[in-house]
Structure formats: C-alpha cells, structure tokens
Write a protein that binds this ligand. Structure first.
Ligand code: FMN
Length: 229
C-alpha cells in the first residue's frame, strides 16, 4: 500500500489548475499500485508562521505553536509519497506553502552536517527515510525558462534525495473550457507519469520532458491569453 499525501498549495483550493494535473498524476498511481490518497488544502488550515525559536531542535521535535501543523507533520511521517502541488507565484512557492515547508523544521535536529559536495543540512530527528517528495508546479507564462528555476532549485536543495519535480507551463488552460482538446492529452500524460512513478518512485527523462513541455506553441498561448483582457 502506497500512502500519498497531496498538499495543495493553491489558494484556489479545488479550483486549482495545478491540482488538476496533480490529481491526474495520483490517479495514474492508483492504476499501477494499491494506493491511499489524502488531500490537504493548505490555505484552509490554520498554520502560524515559524517564529525561529529553534526550540523544536532541542526538545525532540515539539513545536511551541499550537495549530494544525502538528497533525500535518504526523501525517507526513506516516506517508510514502508527499506531493507538493502548487502554482508558481513570483517565481517561487505561494506564501502559504512556503510557510508550511518552514514549519517542517521540527523534523530535523540541531546537528548540521556537510555532505560530499560541501552542502550543509540538518540531520533528521524523525525517520523520514521512506518519504518520497514530488513537486508539481503549474504556471501562467508560456514557457519554463527564466521562470521555474528558483522554485525548482529551492525544492532540490530542501529535498536532495528521493525527489521528483514536474513543472508545467500554460497551466491556466486547465480550467478554460475551449482549451479542453489541448488539456486532455496532458492530463493523460500526467496519468501515465503517475502510473510509471508508482512502480519505481522515479520518472524517465522522456516522461519528464513530455509532461513539462508547453501544451501549445508559446506564441499562440501568449496571443490567446492577451486576448482575454
Ligand atoms: C500572485 C501571483 C504570482 C504569480 N507569479 C507567476 C510567475 O512568477 N510565473 C508564472 O508563470 N505565473 C505566475 N502566476 C500565474 C499562476 O502560476 C497561474 O495562474 C497558475 O495557473 C495558477 O495555478 P492554480 O490554479 O493552481 O493556483 C502568478 C499568479 C499569481 C496570482
């Protein structure tokens, strides 16, 4: 049984463009493996900002703030696949999602260690060894270059292992009815990617190339988007 916890970081909740892509991915996982899915709409949760007190690093991982985060951390520890589904906001994660990531601070200990590449990180104080991290990020601009790099790099640094990143440009098309003919193939590709992922917890270069490509030529998308004013 693969437990999937999908964190929807779009303030649009169930109407999120990115969530449509992520749900297709999860659906694909169900096709290949015995799965269980829970979706958390991050913006509906009461999650305070991290105060930076670091007490969680000295008391065995207990946060001083009393809100919904304790339950979310517990769910994360019981999960096999954690999907971070969010739209690109100002070349980064939306604030509520970033806040949630900051609040995962209790999972790691005070002890900082240097890896072979010279990168420092904190040791974990809970067992997250079975956790796999998937980032699925949609965006409004028609291409990926000069757009997703910041979000991708911070996810890579935060989750150096067991991590998969899918970035999809032109994602507002997901909820534009006339674009259905271009959206349906991408949803099918996301589903196929999910089915592939459930077997090995990885995606081939070819699959990543397919799901991360624009759905329609960028000039046509930009022209269409500009005509919606
Ligand atoms: C505050 C804000 C910032 C945004 N920043 C970017 C951006 O940096 N690059 C981009 O391509 N799209 C950007 N967008 C567009 C969204 O990523 C796009 O509309 C996306 O499809 C929304 O996905 P959702 O429905 O899952 O929330 C931004 C939208 C908002 C509201």
């Amino acid at each position: 049984m693969i437990k999937i916890l999908l964190l929807n970081g779009s303030p649009k909740g169930v109407r999120s463009d990115t969530l449509r892509l992520s749900m297709a991915f999860a659906e694909g996982m169900f096709q290949t493996a015995d799965c269980e899915l829970e979706v958390i709409h991050v913006n509906e949760k009461h999650i305070e900002y991290c105060t930076g007190c670091f007490r969680c690093k000295h008391n065995g991982g207990v946060c001083m703030l009393q809100d919904d985060m304790a339950e979310i951390l517990q769910k994360m520890l019981e999960t096999d696949v954690l999907i971070f589904s969010f739209p690109l906001y100002s070349y980064a994660m939306p604030a509520a999602m970033k806040n949630l990531v900051d609040r995962t601070m209790p999972l790691s200990s005070w002890n900082m260690v240097r890896n072979d590449e010279g990168k420092y990180g904190h040791n974990m104080q809970f067992d997250v060894s079975k956790l796999h991290y998937v980032m699925i990020c949609g965006c409004g601009f028609p291409n990926s270059k000069h757009n997703f790099e910041g979000a991708v790099r911070s996810f890579e640094l935060k989750y150096p292992e067991r991590r998969t990143i899918i970035t999809v440009p032109e994602s507002p098309m997901m909820n534009i009815p006339p674009a259905r003919q271009f959206v349906a193939p991408r949803l099918a590709e996301m589903k196929a990617a999910g089915a592939e992922y459930a077997k090995t917890f990885t995606l081939s270069e070819q699959t990543l190339k397919t799901v991360c490509s624009p759905m329609i030529p960028e000039e046509i998308y930009a022209q269409f988007a500009n005509s919606l004013r």
